[in-house]
Design a protein around this ligand. Structure first.
Ligand code: CTP
Length: 400
């Protein structure tokens, strides 16, 4: 909570469609404790209004060298703005602005602030896929990086042009993770590799049907973000989810079934320092998945199920100087069942959530957890966001 308390963030907005997301970005930065000021290029005003940004940031929004609508024109001091900020984030940064920054052009206030800023400058590019892939854009990005600017990667997916590919501005959540990690001084997981399993698994019945569960992947992704903040390299093996994450220190391996998840885990487990199994792995799968769609018939249909591999038990049995942490979702005799799981699977800790607690479990955005250590001592936490839970889980792991 409040990872950006007291930090001054200057947000530079340029004229790309992703500018419509920036009021939300301002809100999120403020929620994390930051003070935010906004500087925009004139064309950014076509996509989002200064009034909206001034309202959410609670600060005047500047876009020209001379204060507008004033009988006694006043110089907007770009130097002062650059000196005020602890971090200057340009998001979205169009190819035009990237090029102007790389070549030292100064035909708007935002570029003036950039050229005079003393603080770290972060850039979140956003453009169409061919523009992003173009050698001049890539050269401009390398140029900017060589000047000490931090150019964030782009996201992949639907673009305003209707095309699909690399060029979207990173998800706001991911931008926030980057910024928070920049201000996190103590990075206890630096040079450590963390393996996380997340999400549900889907076990195919036939080409169109599966056995699955309501897991959202939120808890595993929150753990991944927290591990990144703490400086770790993260391998995230996730079942089907709508959650998104991109970070240079993160490898995302997307899987569907428990068997896929097991294969992915077995490939990387030896190299990791800590493994946390947050996935809601299906315990059973159909003995045989039909090659063709099963047609409706008059009689009942019986599915014969068999066990899926227990990924957590595998890690517990094969660990060597590694920590393995599991999750236990229980509905009765919670502490006792979770402790038994910890012992049976040879774990170093287990995170218990009870379905009896309102707001806990794997589908919502909150959780109520009890962390049980290897010596069976436990710490219970109130109902919290999954991000807060992730923080506490790492505190418990690192306290051992
Ligand atoms: N788990 C796993 N592989 C499986 C089943 C579970 O890695 N095939 C992991 C989960 O990621 C979680 C832990 O085991 O960390 C506990 O899962 P849970 O379903 O609560 O326990 P089970 O061992 O499956 O036992 P039960 O369903 O009887 O409670």
């Amino acid at each position: 909570m409040n990872a950006l308390r007291g930090k001054k963030i200057l947000l530079g907005i340029t004229g790309g469609i992703a500018a419509y997301k920036t009021p939300e970005l301002v809100r999120s930065l403020i929620k994390e404790g930051a003070e935010v000021k906004v500087v925009m290029t004139p064309s950014a005003k076509e996509f989002v209004t200064p009034l909206t940004l001034a309202t959410v940031s609670k600060n005047p929004v500047l876009s020209s060298f001379i204060a507008e609508g004033n009988d006694n024109p006043k110089w907007n001091d770009h130097v002062a703005l650059g000196l005020w900020a602890d971090l200057f984030l340009i998001a979205p940064a169009t190819s035009n602005t990237l090029s102007a920054m790389a070549h030292g052009r100064c035909n708007n206030l935002l570029l003036g602030v950039y050229l005079s800023a003393k603080c770290p400058v972060w850039v979140a590019p956003a453009m169409d896929l061919d523009m992003y892939a173009h050698p001049t854009t890539q050269k401009n990005i390398s140029q900017l990086t060589s000047y000490g600017n931090y150019v964030l990667p782009v996201g992949e997916g639907a673009l305003a042009s209707g095309l699909e590919g690399k060029g979207r501005m990173l998800e706001l959540d991911t931008i926030l993770t980057y910024i928070k990690s920049h201000f996190t001084k103590n990075k206890p997981l630096f040079k450590k590799t963390i393996l996380l399993t997340a999400g549900p698994t889907f076990e195919a019945i036939d080409p169109v049907r599966f056995i699955g569960n309501y897991a959202s992947g939120k808890m595993g992704f929150a753990l991944a973000k927290e591990a990144l903040l703490l400086g770790a390299n993260v391998v995230l093996v996730s079942g089907p989810t709508i959650e998104k994450i991109e970070h240079p220190d993160l490898t995302l391996i997307s899987v569907v079934s428990a068997e896929d998840m097991m294969n992915a885990v077995q490939k990387v487990f030896k190299k990791v320092d800590i493994a946390i199994a947050a996935a809601a792995v299906a315990d059973y799968k159909p003995i045989k998945s039909a090659v063709q769609k099963i047609k409706k018939s008059n009689g009942d249909l019986t599915l014969q199920l068999t066990h899926t591999p227990d990924i957590l038990a595998y890690m517990g049995a094969h660990k060597k100087n590694q920590k393995v942490i599991g999750f236990a979702l229980e509905t009765e005799n919670e502490l006792e069942n979770a402790r038994t799981k910890l012992l049976n699977k040879n774990l170093d800790g287990i995170v218990l959530n009870s379905l009896k607690d309102k707001g806990a479990g794997f589908s919502g955005s909150t959780n109520k957890i009890t962390y049980i250590h290897a010596d069976l001592t436990s710490h219970s936490f109130p109902l919290l966001s999954k991000e807060e839970c992730a923080k506490h889980i790492f505190e418990q792991i690192l306290a051992e």
